[in-house]
Design a protein around this ligand. Structure first.
Ligand code: PLP
Length: 393
């Protein structure tokens, strides 16, 4: 059996994959078993920010791999402590960090912390979470309950109770559902899976006010839009509204599993030993790598590169004379191309042109390449995308 047959025979068929087996990568390029090269605008779903084969990361991995990979959260470890300090130093609102292993675990932790905070300060009956249409916060039961997509939720009902939904970017709708029983509002500053929809400044300002008014915590889910993706270290920096809890994950260790919540002292104060935990999170191997990623991405020159390359990419997409492109949205290197045709076949056609594309919803192409992509590579991407879309004109 070849690789694809083995996977089809032995894996739970929870994913549908194209008939490509990647074996290597360099920079922003991936290579398959036949030696075909693909320009990667997906980055493992907004994860591989520093691309492939980065020498500093490779060296860090070699060194960290010679030491114990895991001690557990029973004991202290140096790379975790240093990473926590680094993240707090980069995040004006945050005082402390709690590590997880993925994005969904970080939103799960945020929900748990918010409930504990409300119970500690206000007693029973203040446990509801407000989330928004189009949101994606993950697939574990708490995060799933805040992810209003029937296909994801329906098979797993009953869901975690106590989640209310308002319309994204609609202040009146938010106002209608937020009351004293709400312990937290969770929102993505830029919705990723939902189709690359930036939250408006007015909307986030209003959520901050509503959360103060009703003594609820404001949670920013920056799992997809954070860590340099939009050209600032956190997406919310460009808006100037500060949350009480921030969720991060995807690119933090450039492909090794990690998640984290950053919280204020007030939130951290209600969490005590035994309240929440996990075996693996914050281990020395993954946090050694994350230290390098955070160091590199937080450099002003690196963020400037993301801003400039992102603006260039957006401009070139907007200039594409293809009648199926209706709008280009997003910031930095988190861009969404709204099509008037289904995005799935466009993604599939990309493979034949050596271009890895991703959809976000049915009619949106999501462009989230490694953040190291340069303008020359953007030109190649545009040329190939143009060739792909020409099939529909
Ligand atoms: C905004 C957001 N939150 C949470 C998640 C869940 O992260 P993970 O897939 O690592 O569990 C994702 C994943 O796409 C996401 O985009």
């Amino acid at each position: 059996m070849n690789i694809i047959e083995l996977e089809q025979r032995y894996l739970v068929q929870a994913y549908s994959r194209p008939p490509i087996v990647f074996v290597d990568g360099e920079g922003v390029w991936l290579e398959d078993a036949q030696g075909n090269r693909y320009l990667d605008l997906v980055a493992g779903i907004a994860v591989n920010a520093l691309g492939y084969g980065d020498p500093e990361l490779a060296e860090t991995i070699c060194q960290a791999g010679k030491k114990p990979l895991h001690y557990s959260n029973l004991y202290h470890n140096e790379p975790m402590a240093r990473l926590a300090k680094k993240l707090v130093d980069l995040t004006p609102f945050a005082d402390r960090v709690h590590f997880q292993n993925s994005g969904t675990e970080s939103t799960e932790a945020a929900i748990k912390f918010a409930r504990k905070f409300a119970r500690t300060h206000f007693g029973e009956g203040k446990s509801d979470i407000v989330a928004f249409t189009g949101a994606f916060h993950g697939r574990t039961m708490g995060a799933l309950a805040a992810t209003p997509r029937e296909k994801y939720q329906k098979p797993y009902e009953p869901l975690m109770p106590g989640v209310r939904f308002a319309k994204f970017n609609d202040v009146d709708s938010a106002r209608q559902v937020i009351d004293e029983q709400v312990c937290a509002i969770i929102v993505e500053p830029i919705q990723g899976e939902g189709g690359i929809h930036p939250a408006s400044v007015d909307f986030l300002v209003a959520l901050r006010e509503l959360s103060h008014q009703h003594q609820a915590l404001l949670i920013f889910d920056e799992v997809q839009c954070g860590v340099g993706r939009t050209g600032s270290f956190w997406a919310h920096e460009q808006i100037g509204v500060l949350p009480d809890i921030l969720c991060t994950a995807k690119p933090l260790a450039n492909g090794l599993p990690i998640g984290a919540v950053l919280v204020t002292e007030r939130v951290a104060d209600v969490i005590h030993p035994g309240d929440h935990g996990t075996t693996f999170a914050g281990g020395p191997f993954v946090t050694s790598v994350a230290n390098v990623v955070v160091n590199r991405i937080s450099q002003p020159a690196f963020l400037q590169h993301v801003q400039e390359t992102g603006a260039y990419f957006k401009k070139r997409l907007e200039a594409l004379q293809n009648s199926h492109i209706q709008e280009v949205r997003g910031k930095g290197l988190m861009l969404g191309v709204q099509l008037d045709i289904p995005a799935g076949p466009v993604v599939a056609a990309g493979y034949k042109h050596g271009l890895l594309l991703l959809n976000a919803g049915s009619h949106v192409l999501r462009i989230v390449p490694p953040l190291i992509i340069d303008k020359g590579e953007v030109d190649i991407a545009i040329e190939r995308l143009d060739a792909v879309l020409t099939q529909w004109t």
